[in-house]
Design a protein around this ligand. Sequence first.
Ligand SMILES: Nc1nc2c(ncn2[C@@H]2O[C@H](COP(=O)(O)OP(=O)(O)OP(=O)(O)O)[C@@H](O)[C@H]2O)c(=O)[nH]1
Ligand SMILES: [Mg+2]
Length: 165
Amino acid sequence: MTQYVKVALMGSGFAGKSTLIKLLTDKIDTLKTNYQPTAGMDCGTITLDKITKVVLVEMGGQTHFEFMWPDLLRGSKMVVVVTESTPKAVLKTRQLLSKYKDQLAGMQIIAVANKQDIPGSMRPASVQDLLGVPTYGMVAVDPKQRVHGYRLIVEGLKGMVQIAG
Ligand SMILES: Nc1nc2c(ncn2[C@@H]2O[C@H](COP(=O)(O)OP(=O)(O)OP(=O)(O)O)[C@@H](O)[C@H]2O)c(=O)[nH]1
Ligand SMILES: [Mg+2]
């Protein structure tokens, strides 16, 4: 029987959540797209082993979809907080983490400091200092980062779910 593990992607609009899902679930080589805000939610599935599939659930980041977040977070084994790597965006992300701290309590949380290709981006270590959760750099539009992204999810889930080798 297949075991489904829910991982929620949280973060402001334009952070790169849909792009990250595309990176992890499509085999395509071009990820540059025009920005199309996710209306409410979106999802994609990755296979971890013979019985385990991870369902990535994006919580649409635009403010008017935020009311759905508590429902979308429920039952998640892990939350991946995606942020742009400008100081302003990271501070906004910090506010979101604080605002939803009750819903996030007890969940495994990692952050992705996305858009590291943009000159002047904050380094992941600095983003981590501000967010207070393990933070990893990412360029979600770069297909070469697919394995890196996949590893973040798998490593993050270790200890949370049984993954067969
Ligand atoms: N330069 C650069 N652009 C990126 C990167 N990741 C995403 N983008 C671009 O940023 C824009 C927003 O990306 P989305 O993935 O749609 O953002 P989102 O977080 O899903 O936004 P909402 O659905 O509104 O919550 C798109 O134009 C992407 O192509 C990256 O690593 N570098
Ligand atoms: Mg989106």
